[in-house]
Design a protein around this ligand. Structure first.
Ligand code: KG4
Ligand code: ZN
Length: 341
């Protein structure tokens, strides 16, 4: 099956062409620079930028895959959750495209698609479903933090999620607090690499609670007060690096401990992770160490596929259509708050 997939749920305009589990192209136009000036994603600007970029990105994806519109068998798109004005652009564009081509059209849950990005590997990238194992999947980005049990292909159950800020939001807000440029997560990660993670002791929220939920706003507040009370630390390069390493260690320890605990409880032998924060070197290293210690297989999404992309939307959509999943009705609408069950 040759399938065009589109993703515009937040600040990345992306189009991918999938063919029988292979990613023939995956074009991503990021708006990070546009939003940097405002310190966060501005929905109205995101929407306008998606409108500007959608057709060129689709054209580039088809060109790279060496396919014409007429050679496509299906069209898939992120239906939710996401920013309404951003989702709308990709969703209505995909719907119109499928309608004009008289091809089936499938709306996909963005979070469900994240569950499959760790299985996309190699060059050219392919979905390695032959290696699929029941797993516990950590989805960590600027907008979401959740743990999901994936007992089989196309099956899932959400175990827990953040009750306030997402992990990426926590990284970004702490980074801003200590004067790093937006988006601060990657900057904080770089400084943390040369800092002492045990220099300062920050809270590990919900670490010992017997549930799979997360909370990061208290940690952010704790760092805010700490910085207010010790402003001189920001002027010293090594103290700043220690502060970064210590905050990163707190976030990572909570994510890793709760993920491993859930995996053990559910009896799975595999852990996966995706979402922008999965680029974090501390998280990658600690998940690898914890999985090695417990004899678990670890599948981390490749860095280019951690952040939002249409390849993961297309891989899931193709799998669903091949499994007999019904296409979406031609008058379907976006589902802004579409919670994964
Ligand atoms: O998945 P993503 O591109 O977008 C959504 O939020 O949906 O994730 C972006 C988030 C931002 O919060 C960014 O700071 C964080 O991922 N991030 C990182 C790193 N790279 C990206 N956080 C910590 N360390 C990193 N290396
Ligand atoms: Zn995402």
């Amino acid at each position: 099956m040759r399938l065009l997939a589109i993703e515009t749920s937040c600040d990345e305009t992306s189009a991918a062409v999938i063919c029988d589990g292979a990613v023939l192209s995956n074009v991503v136009s990021s708006q990070i620079k546009l939003h940097a000036e405002y310190g966060g994603v501005v929905p109205e600007l995101a929407s306008r930028e998606h409108l500007r970029n959608l057709l060129p990105v689709i054209r580039a994806a088809l060109n790279e895959a060496n396919l014409s519109n007429a050679q496509l068998d299906a069209v898939a798109v992120t239906q939710g959750p996401g920013l309404p004005a951003a989702l709308m652009v990709g969703f209505k564009g995909a719907q119109a495209f499928a309608f004009a081509l008289r091809r089936p059209f499938l709306g996909i849950n963005h979070h469900e698609a994240h569950l499959y990005s760790p299985w996309i590997t190699g060059q050219p990238p392919r979905a390695d479903f032959a290696a699929f194992q029941p797993n516990v999947s950590l989805i960590v980005s600027g907008g979401h933090t959740m743990l999901v049990h994936v007992p089989g292909e196309l099956k899932h159950r959400v175990l827990g999620a953040t009750i306030d800020d997402a992990a990426g939001e926590c990284f970004d807000k702490i980074a801003k607090l200590i004067g790093l440029p937006y988006p601060g997560g990657p900057e904080l990660d770089k400084l943390a690499a040369q800092g002492n993670p045990r220099a300062f002791d920050f809270p590990r929220p919900l670490l010992h609670e017997a549930n799979d939920n997360f909370s990061f706003s208290g940690l952010k507040t704790s760092v805010r007060y700490f910085v207010r009370d010790h402003p001189h630390l920001l002027e010293n390069g090594q103290s700043l690096r220690d502060l970064c390493a210590s905050t990163q260690a707190a976030i990572v320890q909570v994510l890793v401990t709760k993920t491993m605990r859930a995996a053990k409880r559910l009896g799975v032998r595999c852990v996966t992770a995706s979402g922008g924060v999965t680029c974090n070197s501390g998280l990658r290293n600690e998940l690898a160490a914890a999985c090695a210690k417990n004899g678990f297989t670890l599948r981390l999404a490749e860095k280019s596929l951690c952040t939002d992309n249409a390849a993961m939307i297309g891989i899931l959509a193709e799998r669903k259509l091949l499994a007999g999943h019904a296409p979406s009705p031609s008058d379907a609408e976006i589902n802004v708050g579409w919670a994964l069950a």
